[in-house]
Design a protein. Structure first.
Length: 246
C-alpha cells in the first residue's frame, strides 16, 4: 500500500505544530507525578508489593491519561481536512481510502508509541536501586499499546464524521469512556446482559494486562475493536466520496 506519503505528512503535521509537543508534555508531567505518588505510597507500605502492585497502579493511571490525551491527537486527523477543504484534494490524489486511513492511523500510533516509550524511564530508574521483574512491565505496556490503538481507531472514526475538532475530541472521549464504564453497574442489570457487557468492556480486557497476565481473548478483543472502527471509518470516507460523485 502506498500510505507512506500520508504517514510522512501527518508526522510532519504533528511535530511542526504544538499538538504533539503539548500532548507529550501533559502526558509526561501527569504520568510522572502519578508514578512518583504510587512509588512513594508503596515505599511506605514496603514488602513485595513494590515489585508487584506498583505497576498495576501505574498502568491504570497511564490508561486514564491516554483516555484524556488520545482524543486530542485524533481530533484533527479528518476534521481539519474537512474544515480546510483539503479532504477534497486528498481524495483526488492517487491514494485509495484505505491508504489514506492507514497513513493517518499509523502516524497517530507512532506518537502513542513515543509517549509510552518515554515512560520506560520510570522502571529503568527504579531498576538502578531495586530488582525489577521485566515480565509484568512488558505485559502492561503491551496492554497499554493495544488499548491506545483501540482508542485511536475510535477517535479517527469520530474525526471522519465532523469538521469540528472540539466536537471530535469530546465525542471520542465520550465513546472511550462509555466502553470503559459499560459494565460497571452490573447490579442493576440481568446476569445475561452483564455477561455480554463484560465482553465489550475496556476495563475487563485491560485488567489482566495491568496485573501482568496475557490472555489471548484480550488481545483478540482489542484487535477486533480497532479493525471494526477502522472499517467504519472507511465506510464514512466511502460515503463522502459517493456523495461527491452524485
Amino acid at each position: 500500500m502506498n500510505f507512506f506519503p500520508i504517514f510522512k505528512k501527518e508526522i510532519r503535521s504533528y511535530f511542526t505544530s504544538l499538538i504533539a509537543y503539548m500532548v507529550l508534555m501533559v502526558f509526561l508531567i501527569i504520568s510522572g507525578y502519578l508514578y512518583y505518588s504510587d512509588l512513594a505510597r508503596f515505599l511506605v507500605w514496603g514488602g513485595d508489593s513494590l515489585t508487584e502492585g506498583l505497576w498495576q497502579f501505574l498502568f491504570h493511571d497511564i490508561r486514564m491519561i491516554l483516555l484524556l490525551t488520545i482524543p486530542l491527537l485524533t481530533m484533527r486527523l479528518f476534521s481539519e481536512e474537512k474544515k480546510l477543504g483539503t479532504i477534497e484534494l486528498l481524495v483526488t490524489y492517487p491514494f485509495r481510502d484505505i491508504e489514506i486511513l492507514a497513513g493517518k492511523y499509523l502516524a497517530c500510533l507512532s506518537v502513542l508509541i513515543l509517549m509510552l516509550f518515554l515512560t520506560l524511564l520510570y522502571p529503568l530508574v527504579l531498576a538502578l536501586f531495586q530488582t525489577v521483574n521485566p515480565e509484568p512491565i512488558i505485559t502492561g505496556y503491551l496492554g497499554l499499546f493495544l488499548l491506545g490503538a483501540a482508542f485511536i481507531s475510535c477517535g479517527i472514526f469520530v474525526s471522519s464524521l465532523t469538521e469540528n475538532q472540539i466536537v471530535a475530541a469530546l465525542v471520542s472521549s465520550g465513546f472511550i469512556l462509555f466502553f470503559w464504564l459499560i459494565d460497571w453497574n452490573e447490579s442493576a442489570m440481568s446476569p445475561q446482559l452483564a455477561q455480554i457487557l463484560h465482553h465489550i468492556s475496556f476495563y475487563e480486557h485491560f485488567y489482566n494486562f495491568a496485573r501482568g497476565v496475557i490472555d489471548t481473548k484480550d488481545i483478540v478483543f482489542f484487535i477486533i475493536f480497532s479493525f471494526f472502527f477502522l472499517f467504519l471509518t472507511l465506510r464514512s470516507l466511502a460515503s463522502r466520496r459517493w456523495r461527491g460523485l452524485r
